[in-house]
Design a protein around this ligand. Structure first.
Ligand SMILES: CC(C)(COP(=O)(O)OP(=O)(O)OC[C@H]1O[C@@H](n2cnc3c(N)ncnc32)[C@H](O)[C@@H]1OP(=O)(O)O)[C@@H](O)C(=O)NCCC(=O)NCCS
Length: 258
C-alpha cells in the first residue's frame, strides 16, 4: 500500500488576518513579541503608551482564525508623529516642510511573528501607516531606521518603495557594540524636495562615472598604441578593477536616491 504524504499544516495554513488598533488587552503579548524580535529591550512604559495610544499611533495584525473567534496578535507597527522641523530629514523635504505645522510619521517598531512571515502582513501594516500619513495634509513623509545587518527588513522596505537615504555610522549602541543604520524615507503629499542634496549628489556621481569611463577608454586606446602586449593587459585589468570598484561603490552608496 502506498503511504499517504504527510500534510504540512504550517505550509498550508492561510491565516485570516484583520488589522485594527493595538488595544490594552494586547499588552503582554505585544511585549513578548518585541522581546523575541528585537535586540533592544523596550521599557514597560513604551508598551503602556502603545496600548493606550499615548503619543503613539499603532496597528495590530490579528489572526481571527477560521471561525473568526480567535484574536491572536501576530504583527504590529508602532509610529510617532513628529514635527518636521525637529527631524533629521528636514533637509530632504520640500521647503514648505519647515512650516511649523508640517509633520512626519516615524516608524518605531514593525514586526511579524516568524511563522506568519512572507504572507504580506508587514506590507499591509506599512500601507496602513502610509495611508494614515497621506491622510494628514500637513504630513510630508514616513521614515525609519534599520540596523545595517537586518537584510530582511532592508529588502522589505525597498520592496515597499521606501528610499534608502543615508547610512548612519555607529547609530545604534547595543550590548557594548556599535552598529550602523540605514535611514529609509517614503514621501507623501509631495514631501520630497525637487532638488534635494541627494539628487545633486546622484547627478554628480553619474557625471563623474561618465568622465572616468571616458578617461579609461582614452587611456586604453593610448596604451594599445604604445605598449607591448603584456603591458596592455596589465593596464586594462587595473582600469577594469578601478571601474568595478566604482560600480560596487556606487551600488552600495548610501547617499543616493534608490
Ligand atoms: C521585516 C518583517 C517585518 C517582514 O515581515 P513579513 O510579514 O514577512 O513581510 P511581507 O510578507 O509583507 O513582505 C515580505 C518581503 O520582505 C522581504 N523579506 C521578508 N522576510 C525576509 C527574509 N527572511 N529574507 C529575505 N527577505 C525577506 C522580501 O523582500 C519579501 O518580498 P517578497 O514578498 O517579494 O518575497 C519581518 O521579517 C520581521 O518581523 N522581522 C523581525 C523584526 C524586524 O526586523 N523589523 C523591522 C525593523 S523595525
Amino acid at each position: 500500500m502506498l503511504e499517504q504524504p504527510m500534510l504540512d499544516v504550517q505550509a498550508t495554513y492561510v491565516p485570516s488576518v484583520i488589522y485594527r488598533p493595538i488595544l490594552p488587552s494586547d499588552l503582554d503579548v505585544l511585549e513578548q513579541i518585541h522581546a523575541k524580535l528585537f535586540p533592544i529591550r523596550y521599557e514597560r512604559e513604551f508598551f503602556l503608551n502603545v496600548v493606550n495610544g499615548h503619543g503613539i499611533v499603532s496597528w495590530a495584525a490579528v489572526d481571527i482564525g477560521l471561525n473568526s473567534q480567535s484574536d491572536e496578535l501576530i504583527g504590529f507597527v508602532t509610529t510617532r508623529v513628529i514635527a518636521a522641523h525637529d527631524s533629521e530629514i528636514e533637509d530632504l523635504l520640500t521647503s514648505d516642510a519647515s512650516r511649523k505645522d508640517a509633520t512626519l510619521v516615524y516608524i518605531l517598531t514593525l514586526g511579524v511573528v516568524e511563522r506568519y512571515r512572507n504572507h504580506g502582513i508587514a506590507g499591509s501594516l506599512v500601507r496602513e501607516v502610509t495611508k494614515y500619513a497621506s491622510s494628514m495634509t500637513n504630513c510630508r513623509a514616513v521614515y525609519l531606521h534599520v540596523i545595517a545587518y537586518n537584510q530582511p527588513a532592508i529588502n522589505f522596505y525597498q520592496k515597499m518603495q521606501f528610499k534608502l537615504i543615508r547610512k548612519l555610522h555607529k547609530f545604534y549602541y547595543i550590548k557594548g557594540r556599535h552598529y550602523d543604520a540605514y535611514l529609509f524615507v517614503y514621501y507623501v503629499n509631495g514631501g520630497r524636495s525637487p532638488c534635494s542634496p541627494l539628487d545633486v549628489l546622484s547627478t554628480a556621481a553619474t557625471y563623474i562615472k561618465g568622465l572616468l569611463k571616458l578617461l579609461a577608454t582614452k587611456l586604453w586606446k593610448k596604451a594599445e598604441k604604445k605598449s607591448p602586449r603584456w603591458s596592455k593587459c596589465k593596464e586594462s585589468s587595473t582600469l577594469l578593477l578601478t571601474q568595478n570598484k566604482r560600480i560596487i561603490g556606487s551600488d552600495n552608496t548610501i547617499c543616493q536616491c534608490v
